[in-house]
Design a protein around this ligand. Structure first.
Ligand code: SF4
Length: 368
């Protein structure tokens, strides 16, 4: 392919604000020589707010809305400098969460936003962005039905992640090692490339200790993610953390540990909660051993039934808060309780907030 077809890679400041993942943006930012400590200064609060907005909308709405204003009859990016700087700050905030779901969600939301912008850009700008990724790409002669030719290995690197049959090499027009594509297809392939570049940034950031203000914001993002990223995408921690139990379950657990009587609904809620967060039925059975009415076979049967290991195989879930409130099991409600409707949701949120790598404590029960 004739590499002389490459167009000089000079972007406008508006391009850098719309496409902040570009190498040229990184060069621009390094000339500003920003340090992580600068982010917590009062002069940077607007940048930090905008960075939080970027990540928040990625988590909640699966998109990153640009800061748009109107000039005459045109839409423009409102504050170019803020928009450019807020991107690496947002990447740093996501990295500070140390949460793979947030990282994945943010990279994809930014990449999708770029796709919608790029579809309405000129093919010259699309080409410049593709060249920024080192793609071997060029325009086709003007009489071609396609607009671009892309070297097949660059095509495969990105198309291999796409499932539609149209992305199979065998279904593409191929000549002399180049795949013929229209602008829309190039933009779709760029989405994959952009997502990967953003994900790589998370790996390359190495900050040993974040300022407390940044850690606090990262905690807020983790709570938001626990509330908004679907249950199927999230997992409970690999150890059972009593510190993350909701107050109602904590009261039941402590009462059971001290052989205090539990009402039927309390036993059921505690058992269903524990088996759902990953405690083995044997450990749960053990918890009830010292009860005066303990019957090993019966307790084992009941616990295994709730865990879905007997009968129909259905795993029961803990009753939701409104039911526990009706039965007077809801106790010592705290701030997290105000945001949730189910004790398992409470546990998910609290275990996300607690520091990672908790030291082993007597109240921390390892999953069997
Ligand atoms: S609000 Fe829900 S999670 Fe909180 S203590 Fe009451 S029942 Fe438990």
């Amino acid at each position: 392919m004739n590499r002389n077809l490459s167009i000089e890679s000079v972007f406008t400041k508006s391009d850098l604000a719309k496409y902040p993942f570009l190498k040229e943006t990184a060069r621009y930012l390094s000339s500003l020589d920003l340090q992580i400590e600068d982010l917590t200064s009062s002069g940077m609060s607007q940048i930090l707010d905008r960075a939080m907005e970027r990540v928040t909308s990625a988590i909640v709405d699966f998109m990153v809305r640009p800061l748009i204003g109107v000039q005459g009859n045109k839409y423009i990016i409102k504050d170019l400098q803020k928009e450019i700087i807020s991107f690496p700050v947002a990447v740093m905030l996501v990295s500070a969460t140390d949460n793979s779901l947030i990282k994945k969600r943010y990279a994809l939301a930014e990449a999708k936003q770029v796709t919608s912008e790029l579809n309405s850009e000129s093919k010259e700008l699309v080409l410049k962005i593709a060249l920024d990724f080192g793609w071997r790409i060029a325009f086709t002669p003007s009489d071609s039905a396609f607009e671009f030719i892309l070297y097949f290995s660059d095509f495969l690197q990105n198309a291999s992640h796409l499932h539609d049959v149209k992305w199979k090499l065998i279904n593409s027009k191929l000549s002399e090692g180049n795949v013929y594509l229209n602008k829309h297809d190039v933009v779709r392939l760029l989405q994959e490339e952009i997502k990967r570049r953003i994900e790589k940034r998370f790996v390359t950031i190495s900050i040993d200790k974040y300022p407390p203000e940044i850690s606090e914001l990262a905690d807020k993002l983790k709570v938001l993610a626990a509330e908004n990223i679907g249950q199927t995408e999230t997992e409970f921690p690999k150890v059972v953390i009593q510190e993350a139990f909701p107050p109602c379950i904590n009261a039941l657990y402590n009462a059971a540990s001290k052989n205090h009587h539990l009402p039927h609904i309390g036993r059921f809620a505690l058992t269903a909660f524990l088996v759902n967060i990953g405690m083995s039925p044997e450990s749960v059975t053990e918890l009830f051993r010292s009860f005066s009415d303990y019957n090993e076979r019966l307790t084992q049967y009941q616990v295994e039934h709730i865990a879905g290991e007997r009968g129909s195989g259905t795993k029961y879930t803990c009753p939701q808060c409104s039911i526990l409130q009706t039965h007077n099991v809801c106790k010592n409600r705290d701030d997290i309780c105000k945001r949730i409707y189910h004790p398992l949701k409470y546990y998910k949120i609290k275990s996300e907030i607690l520091p990672q790598n908790l030291p082993e404590k007597p109240d921390q029960v390892t999953k069997k």
